[in-house]
Ligand binder design. Structure first.
Ligand SMILES: Cc1ncc(COP(=O)(O)O)c(C=O)c1O
Length: 449
């Protein structure tokens, strides 16, 4: 059980329940592909060995080679506007025919148009961008820029945090799973407690208390140049208070520490606003974006930074081959247009109200459901074996996940006991209702009520 509890980021791919899952698969071709995959790819946690073999995707669905469809409530957070969204595909295909790649010393109209559009959502003081081929590279650029701007090299982040899998990103991340056996990293980040945690030692304490840790660390160190955190934590869905973020902003400003918000998995409408920081009435210094930015088609990421940080012209912050990607820019531009044209932000807010009631009902009915947390279309259902001790119900969480998979609903388990639900923003009410029934049936099958 220990392994399961260690996994903040997701469920593991070498448990007994995973072995049982393979026994459910009765298609020869699927089993052959899975074996072939296992023989050729380096094995790693959260990836190879894999769950199933996909053939296609559309809307909220991924479909395997036998034709089985899963509603995808994970999608690595790239699928805000749904898979193979025809509006996006059309724009990307047209770009493909004109200019699919732009060598680094040149620019191109679609990259410029997208830079203008993206920054138009930000406060006027944050209008500088840099693009990258993936989220971890965006985090890397943000960390470099913070060093250059502040002249200070240390970073504070949150315990259990994840900001990407490259060496620099794991140095600031707080999850042991990603650092295990990897020797000395960059100047290690100092991890302070997560502000909100249902199962922490102080589960019901005011999260403002936790903001104070940042000030203590900064004061006692002297070399802290940045604080990096997800505005709202994606994995197990932790939503700090407005007071927390206002206090953190105040502390960062007071000590010339850059506030870097990692919104790689949660930007672009997931929380009911284009960016999560808009819920908090604060201005960050650098925002990292990725995943959904490429609209589920092109790997694409970015940082948006304060205008005054345009001070590194003699350093390469992100010397990436696929920097001003015309395809990434076309996908991202179309993604923003699609959100606007279809009033998705309002739809997500309405879905939030619906889900709060639906998940609230599950919590009332089943003692296994210890906590539900969510905003917009990102929800966590935290399962406990005892509501008083808040003991994690890890075995139940895993069983429920596999049962849901069997019944056509895919999602991740975080922290060993949190069902993490991130459907595409285009999901219909009927599909949401169906997903909730699949979850409820799995709960009923796996526990005493
Ligand atoms: C919060 C957060 N930051 C950074 C990353 C890294 O993004 P990428 O996988 O595109 O490198 C992830 C990916 O899961 C993430 O969830």
């Amino acid at each position: 059980m220990k392994d399961l509890e260690l996994m903040t980021e997701g469920d593991i791919n070498f448990s007994a329940s995973r072995e049982k899952w393979y026994q459910v698969i009765d298609n020869e071709a699927t089993l052959n592909y899975l074996r072939d995959d296992e023989e050729h790819f380096l094995h790693q946690s959260l990836s190879t060995p894999c769950l199933d073999v996909l053939e296609s995707c559309e809307g909220i669905y991924i479909t395997d080679i036998t034709g089985k469809k899963y509603m995808d409530f994970h999608g690595n957070n790239v699928h805000q506007v749904g898979y193979r969204n025809p509006y996006i595909l059309d724009k990307v295909k047209r770009q493909m025919d004109i200019l699919p790649f732009s060598p680094r010393r040149y620019t191109n109209p679609v990259a410029i148009e997208f830079a203008k559009k993206l920054t138009s959502y930000f406060p006027p003081a944050l209008r500088r961008v840099l693009f990258a081929p993936g989220g971890t590279s965006a985090v890397s650029m943000a960390l470099k820029l913070a060093r250059i701007v502040t002249g200070k090299h240390k970073v504070v982040s949150l315990q259990d945090s994840f900001h990407g899998a490259s060496m620099d990103a794991i140095a600031v991340g707080g999850e042991a799973q990603f650092k295990k056996g990897l020797g000395p990293l960059l100047q290690q980040a100092i991890n302070i407690p997560q502000p909100t945690n249902y199962r922490s030692q102080f589960p019901d304490s005011d999260d403002l208390h936790f903001a104070g840790y940042l000030e203590e660390v900064i004061k006692s160190d002297g070399h802290i140049g940045a604080f990096i955190a997800e505005t709202i934590r994606n994995t197990d869905v932790q939503i700090p208070s407005k007071g927390y973020w206002k206090k953190i902003r105040e502390i960062c400003t007071k000590y010339n520490v850059l506030l870097i918000l990692d919104e790689i998995p949660i930007a672009f409408g997931r929380t009911g606003k284009m960016f999560a920081f808009e819920h908090y009435d604060i201005e960050p210094d650098i925002v990292c974006l990725g995943k959904g930015l490429g609209a589920g088609i092109i790997p694409f990421a970015a940082i948006v930074a304060r205008n005054e940080y345009n001070v590194a012209k003699d350093v390469s912050l992100g010397h990436f081959t696929h920097e001003k990607s015309p395809l990434g820019s076309a996908a991202a531009l179309a993604m923003l247009e699609f959100i606007e044209n279809n009033s998705l932000l309002q739809k997500v807010k309405d879905d939030e109200t619906f889900l709060r009631i639906a998940f609230g009902a599950l919590q009332e009915k089943y003692s296994l459901v210890g906590d539900i947390r969510g905003i917009g279309l990102i929800w966590g259902i935290e399962l406990v074996s005892d509501r008083n001790t808040r003991e994690k119900a890890t075995a139940e969480a895993e069983q429920i996940m596999y049962e849901c998979l069997k019944n056509g609903l895919s999602f991740k388990v975080s922290q060993g006991n949190v069902l993490q639900l991130c459907p595409p923003l285009i999901i219909t009410r009927e599909e949401l209702t169906r997903a909730i029934s699949i979850i409820e049936a799995a709960i009923v099958n796996n526990v005493k009520v």
